[in-house]
Design a protein around this ligand. Structure first.
Ligand SMILES: [Zn+2]
Length: 455
């Protein structure tokens, strides 16, 4: 009898474990089956080479960027649209990690837990990206064969309106020498999200921010630039003698002598704190993408290096997307929306599906200082940059020109539109482009003009 009782108890225990296992499975099935379903090992959804065989991607105005026809994935009919949007849409072999075909696949696949594979069609769900294809083409064309990246986004809603990384290629005509030709180095990298570069003078905005808060009379002093100045045990130089300057003048002419001395006066520890607070050393999560973190050595530098660091010309590195968000925060009173390229999702029955709400950064800049920085940045447009190139909207900006050993400088132009109608922040970076305000500034003007001309 005792043996039988023991066996009954054992059987009950096994039954209990089995039932618990079933319950855990059902809960996870309910919660995660959609995600399991869209994994690349599902052969109902992916071709042998890993292409997603359902779902349509369009730009914000409904222009098709990629769809599926008769079980075959196709791209836009226009080579320039295919090339300019490739790093946002994604390639056929999933080598570009930032593409929507990979990162938004949970939205593209019309998953239905009851119908399973029979719910799948060529069209799938229609995912509208927030980018405007024509602005991307303008940006890519304006780069004129140079490497670089361009981002424009709405700092109130987070929608990315233009996103281009170059070099790029036409996914319908992949260059045969793509793996061996130097011109295609880093072609699968989306430079906007994943590269870091020396910031040069676009970093002076952060030094200005710290100076306004840490040095009480910074804005009322008169500065003098002799063309070079001893900072610590070495000199810091300007391309020319700027003479007598207000702080606003010094920022507009991008005076290294003034800004290196301000950085030293603020101190390495405080400068580091400001860089961290501004989000320039953070990684932002955008869909499945983690942006590259910037790196700064201001606190551990010698005095001279801290001086060069304050003008963005030491070893420090910044990611273009983080810089765009920082300028968005200045425009938006201290906090900015986090960027997204997902605009809306329409299912196969033309119903609009829920997408995540806009997320915001922490306070990157105090509201009062952000208001002052907007005035300084708009003054740059009036004093230093050819504002006739820009649309008839108030723009604040800062350029940067970073000398390279090759002799041709890297160019930056970053800023914002101070407008309720067009609340856009932007960053343009061109490798070996030349002058920041001229080359990168021209590209920014062309892209913003295209975005504002769209109905
Ligand atoms: Zn100077």
């Amino acid at each position: 009898m005792r043996k039988i009782e023991q066996r009954v108890r054992f059987c009950k225990l096994i039954l209990l474990v089995f039932i618990l296992g079933i319950i855990v499975f059902l809960v996870r099935y309910k919660k995660d089956s959609g995600k399991w379903y869209t994994q690349p090992f599902n052969k109902n959804l992916y071709s042998g080479s890993g292409e997603l065989l359902t779902g349509t991607l369009t730009d914000r105005y409904g222009t098709i960027l990629s769809g599926v026809d008769d079980g075959y994935r196709y791209y836009s009919g226009l080579p320039l649209v295919r090339t300019a949007t490739l790093h946002t849409v994604g390639d056929r072999n999933n080598k570009i990690g930032t593409g929507a075909l990979t990162n938004l696949r949970d939205y593209l696949v019309p998953y239905n837990s009851r119908k399973g594979a029979s719910a799948i069609s060529d069209r799938g769900n229609e995912v509208r990206l927030s980018i405007a294809a024509d602005a991307c083409v303008t940006a890519y064309t304006a780069l004129d064969g140079k490497a670089g990246c361009i981002g424009v986004y709405n700092y109130k809603t987070g929608e990315i309106l233009c996103l281009v990384s170059a070099p790029s290629y036409d996914p319908n005509n992949v260059p045969e020498d793509i793996e061996t030709n130097e011109a295609y180095d880093g072609i699968y990298v989306n430079r906007f999200f994943h590269s870091v570069y020396a910031p040069g003078s676009v970093f002076k905005t952060l030094t200005l921010q710290a100076a306004l808060e840490m040095i009480p009379d910074a804005a009322s002093r008169t500065y003098v630039c002799e063309g070079s100045v001893k900072v610590g045990d070495n000199t810091v130089t300007c391309p020319q003698k700027h003479g007598k300057l207000t702080l606003s003048d010094a920022y507009a002419v991008s005076c290294n002598c003034v800004f290196s001395q301000l950085a030293v006066e603020i101190g390495g520890d405080k400068m580091t704190e400001y860089v961290r607070k501004a989000g320039l050393t953070s990684s932002y999560k955008i869909h499945g993408i983690s942006t590259a973190k910037g790196s700064f050595e201001l606190a551990s530098s010698t005095v001279n290096r801290l001086g060069w660091g304050g003008v963005g010309l030491y070893h420090d590195l910044v990611n273009p997307c983080s810089l765009m968000i920082y300028y968005g925060a200045i425009a938006n009173g201290g906090k900015a929306a986090l960027p997204t390229y997902l605009y809306e999702v329409i299912d196969q029955k033309d119903r609009r599906l829920d997408i995540p709400e806009t997320q915001f950064t922490s306070e990157l800049v105090s509201p009062d200082t952000a208001a002052s920085l907007r005035i300084y940045m708009k003054n740059n447009m009036a004093k230093s940059y050819d504002s006739t190139r820009f649309p008839n909207v108030p723009i604040g900006a800062k350029s940067g020109t970073v000398e390279q050993q090759t002799g041709k400088s890297n160019s930056w132009f970053a800023g914002f539109i101070d407008s309720e109608e067009y609340p856009y922040a932007f960053v343009v970076f061109v490798e070996h482009g030349g002058s920041g305000s001229r080359v990168a500034g021209d590209i920014a003007a062309k892209v913003l003009n295209t975005l504002i001309a769209v109905p």
